[in-house]
Write a protein that binds this ligand. Structure first.
Ligand code: NDP
Length: 403
């Protein structure tokens, strides 16, 4: 029985708060604060209607550390769950340290003026959390999050070492819009326009964005083109699985998405540096995000499934030589919408955020300091994925991937 404060009121937060309310035995009191209080109130109303549970709401700018610290001190939660944007990670960690409360997020810190994300800024908080006897859990979404837990489960139960790892993120959903992103457009476009990086023989190798394309047949989705990209879990996987010879991340995009993105890039609309417009500075990508469909509005029209998982090759635990396993989850957009009113991208992130919070609040995962998902026992998390709407399956492949 624990009190929790969730920050941010977008699609991911909506799913997470609904799932917390459905697990009232763990989350006995839910508080929700964000920049726009009406969005918190809308989530609270939906939670009340669907589960009968009450969610308390507040307005807060999470970048105002003293005000956020006061709010945390007033509520006195056991855990702060950060589902705002990556820009707010450090101020929210600062407020948690000040108020003496544990912290969890789903995406690593990114400065506003550079399209660059890495764990160094948050890992630098380790000693301060440790000294205060507090725990911070980083990246408890699907990717990062479940993809790292999948790798560690394979390492615990199937493979002695992981030589090669490929993370495959397929969204086979169709929202019926000419162009829209399934989560925050600004964060999404910054991520996909950044150069690709993969881990090979002890270092990151950089290639131009979207330059490596492979066709892959996804279970229950069908054939899709996937593109190699950089994704933040590659950094923590390379750190916590030092035996990795190669680790790559792939995401599927349709031809229409690529065409729109190419045009937007060519005309300068994805720039993140300020541009003067009618005497005022604007950031083109922020303006673009303001005119694109809001991800939380895509739920009612999105059909199809996501299929996200890991293919890992290494030496089998049972001594039977080299083996390759594929472990993945399939999530249906319409089922996700029916349950919480949000499409599967928000669902596949919000459910693991709730499970990570449950791990911390029930004491299944403990520690003093800043931790990544790879450092925790995968088993209780994997059990909850099965019971909380994201069941997974594992199968053996005939050999390593040929791409
Ligand atoms: P949204 O843009 O839909 O929601 C973000 C929310 O944060 C909004 O309610 C926004 O407020 C609020 N917010 C922004 N700035 C502040 C601030 N200064 N103070 C308080 N609240 C603020 O994003 P999503 O729900 O799609 O994504 C949420 C997080 O999840 C992001 O960090 C994203 O990177 C991460 N994510 C992780 C994934 C994973 O698998 N690990 C996958 C998908 C997303 P307002 O409503 O006023 O704009």
């Amino acid at each position: 029985m624990s009190k929790v404060l969730v920050i941010g009121a977008g699609g991911v937060s909506s799913v997470c708060v609904h799932k917390m309310a459905m697990n009232a035995g763990i989350f006995s009191e839910i508080h929700l604060a964000s920049r726009t209080r009406s969005k918190c109130d809308a989530i609270a109303a939906s939670v009340k209607e669907r589960t009968g549970q009450t969610v308390q709401t507040y307005e807060i700018d999470a970048e105002e550390v003293p005000a956020l610290t006061r709010l945390i001190q007033q509520i006195q939660p056991k855990l702060v769950v950060n589902l705002a944007l990556p820009y707010q990670d450090l101020p929210i960690m600062d407020a948690c340290l000040e108020a003496g409360v544990d912290y969890l997020d789903t995406a690593n810190y990114e400065p506003k003026d550079q399209a660059k994300f890495e764990y160094s800024w948050q890992w630098a908080y380790h000693d301060r959390f440790k000294e205060k006897g507090l725990m911070a859990l980083l990246g408890s979404g699907f990717d990062p999050g479940v993809t790292s837990v999948f790798a560690m489960w394979l390492k615990k139960h199937k493979l002695k070492t992981i030589r090669q790892l490929d993370i495959l993120d397929c969204n086979g959903g169709d929202h019926g819009q000419a162009f829209a992103t399934n989560f925050n457009p600004e964060i999404n476009i910054r991520e996909v326009t950044a150069p690709a990086r993969h881990w090979e023989n002890g270092e990151f190798v950089e290639t131009p964005a979207m330059s490596k394309k492979v066709a892959f047949e996804f279970d229950q989705v069908g054939p899709k083109n996937m593109y190699m990209m950089y994704h933040e879990e590659l950094e923590s996987l390379a750190k916590f699985l030092p035996e990795l010879e190669r680790a790559r991340f792939w995401m599927t995009f349709g031809d229409a998405y690529i065409m729109h993105l190419t045009v937007l890039q060519n005309v300068g609309m994805t720039r993140i540096d300020p541009v003067m417009y009618q005497g005022k500075e604007i950031i083109p990508l922020q303006f673009l995000a303001a005119v694109l469909p809001k991800p939380e509005t895509l739920g009612p029209t999105t059909k199809g499934k996501t299929n996200i998982g890991d293919i890992a090759t290494g030496e089998a635990l049972d001594g039977s030589g080299e083996k390759t396993f594929y472990i993945y989850n399939i999530c249906d957009h319409e089922d996700a919408y029916a349950e919480t009113g949000n499409q599967a991208i928000s669902y596949t992130t919000g459910v693991p955020a709730m499970i990570g919070a449950a791990m911390m609040l029930t004491g299944a995962w403990t520690g003093d300091g800043v931790f990544n998902m790879e450092q925790m026992d995968p088993d209780p998390f994997m059990d909850m994925l099965n019971t909380q709407g994201l069941p997974w399956q594992v199968k053996e492949l005939p050999g390593p991937v040929e791409f």
